[in-house]
Ligand binder design. Structure first.
Ligand SMILES: Nc1nc2c(c(=O)[nH]1)N[C@H]1C(S)=C(S)[C@@H](COP(=O)(O)O)O[C@H]1N2
Ligand SMILES: [Mo]
Length: 184
């Protein structure tokens, strides 16, 4: 093995050891965080199962209803479209309900599940034509588990390739524990 790779492996090992020594944070409870997928049938995915699914990555940048910008940050997570498929798929007129344990619920059309039909803004909060967007349930922010106070362990995030595209925070559901396909 070449030395650089060995150094990197040692560093990774040290990081794993260090994180194991840190005191308990909500991140440690993420093992117990389950996501219910409901469609034709209902299934429960554990956090490790969610992390094992194919992941998407990109920049997320949101603005709250009162105009406070949050980001940009780098996010990694599982595409909502894949979860809808796992729940048995959805027809074009169906709706996808994404909800959290605090009772918050946001409804997405199938166009939005594909990343279409969102408003996008530049850093001056001027509306701009939307670039390609993807909707993910993010579990990682800037390379670390998404903190609880930021909506972790699972938050709905809208991502793009570039860091300067802002989307509306109201759809960024925090603490997601249920994705449900509503047949219409
Ligand atoms: N579970 C949950 N998610 C939520 C909300 C909420 O009340 N509960 N508020 C939404 C709204 S209206 C906004 S503007 C953003 C605020 O995100 P922030 O708390 O990271 O600023 O979260 C969204 N996600
Ligand atoms: Mo909001």
């Amino acid at each position: 093995m070449i030395p650089v790779r060995r150094i990197i492996l040692v560093l990774i090992g040290a990081l794993i050891l260090a994180s194991g020594c840190l005191d308990t944070t909500p991140a440690d409870d993420y093992q117990d965080w389950n996501l219910t997928l409901a469609g034709d049938e209902e299934m429960v995915l554990t956090h490790p199962e969610i992390r094992a699914l194919p992941a998407a990555e990109g920049y997320g940048y949101s603005v709250s209803t009162v105009g406070i910008k949050h980001g940009p940050n780098r996010y990694r997570g599982v595409p909502l479209a894949d979860l809808v498929l796992a729940a048995g798929g959805a027809g074009e007129d169906d709706l996808v309900y994404v909800s959290a344990e605090d009772g918050y619920l946001w409804v997405f059309g199938m166009d939005q599940v594909r990343g279409e039909g969102f408003f996008t803004f530049d850093e001056n909060l001027k509306e701009v034509a939307p670039p390609p967007l993807r909707v993910i349930l993010a579990y990682e922010q800037d390379g670390s588990p998404l903190p609880f106070n930021e909506g972790g362990p699972l938050r709905l995030v809208i991502i793009t390739e570039s860091p300067d595209v802002i989307t509306e925070g109201s759809s960024w559901v925090k603490w997601v524990d249920r994705v449900e396909v509503q047949r219409r």
